[in-house]
Design a protein. Structure first.
Length: 247
């Protein structure tokens, strides 16, 4: 039986004295897209930050996070990246004064430090996935459109050759046509074998692209199951998908 590439068990996370996640469990199998939907403040981004290492165990979080069977809960961010776990944050956090190409190359910095001579070998695959970035390789990142900045943030993460990609609100602030393009890219990423954990406010789009889904409310999992099943669950339709129709 195939083992989960990522397994979160009894995860609690807090900011100060306020607990945001209450014993949360999550599993992602190799090559799956797992999405988390829920209202603002439900703890979705906090969960990604805990998995990615921005909120480490002992500094506001407790619980178990297994990556390929190894407990990484207390591991620094750069060690998690080296193992193949990369977070694309909601704010993208690009180097705005640097070119598209320089931002991408920085994504392979960890591989360069490890002495990999072919650390930039992902550059062409990234350009194949995002032809617009190839066209704008010399352009300063701060001058890109919102959609292009999101593509650059994902492309930079792919330079590290992740096995698991954590995507936090990839469609946030983007026009509907660009949102459609971003989700098309997410589908293509799955075809490469990358496991994706997706936090997304656009519940309809998220459930269409995902294999498994979790509904978070006030820091706890209220529903979980196959994404196609949750997309037809009356509770999900009424609370989340009804709103999506008007977007």
């Amino acid at each position: 039986m195939t083992e989960a590439v990522l397994e979160v068990t009894d995860l609690h996370a807090a900011y100060g004295k306020v607990e945001v996640l209450h014993g949360l469990n999550l599993r992602a199998m190799p090559g799956e897209i797992v999405t988390m939907i829920g209202p603002n403040g439900a703890g979705k981004s906090t969960l990604l930050n805990a998995i990615g290492g921005a909120l480490p165990i002992g500094a506001g979080a407790r619980g178990k996070i297994l990556f390929n069977g190894q407990d990484i809960a207390a591991m620094p961010i750069d060690h998690r990246v080296a193992l193949g776990l990369c977070l694309v944050p909601e704010k993208r956090e690009l180097f705005g004064s640097m070119s598209v190409l320089d931002n991408l190359v920085l994504g392979s910095w960890r591989r360069y430090k490890l002495g990999e001579r072919n650390h930039a070998d992902q550059l062409q695959p990234v350009f194949d996935l995002f032809p617009r970035l190839a066209e704008r390789r010399t352009q300063i990142a701060s001058t890109l459109s919102g959609g292009e900045r999101q593509m650059l943030a994902i492309g930079r993460a792919l330079m590290a050759q992740p096995r698991v990609l954590l995507l936090d609100e990839p469609s946030l602030g983007l026009a509907p046509l660009i949102v459609k393009e971003i989700f098309h890219i997410i589908r293509r990423l799955k075809e490469t074998g990358v496991t994706i954990v997706l936090v997304e406010q656009n519940a309809r789009a998220a459930l269409q692209v995902a294999d498994q889904a979790y509904v978070l409310e006030t820091g706890s999992v209220m529903l979980e199951g196959a994404a196609r099943d949750l997309a037809h669950d009356p509770r999900v339709v009424e609370t989340y998908l009804g709103l999506a129709r008007n977007r």
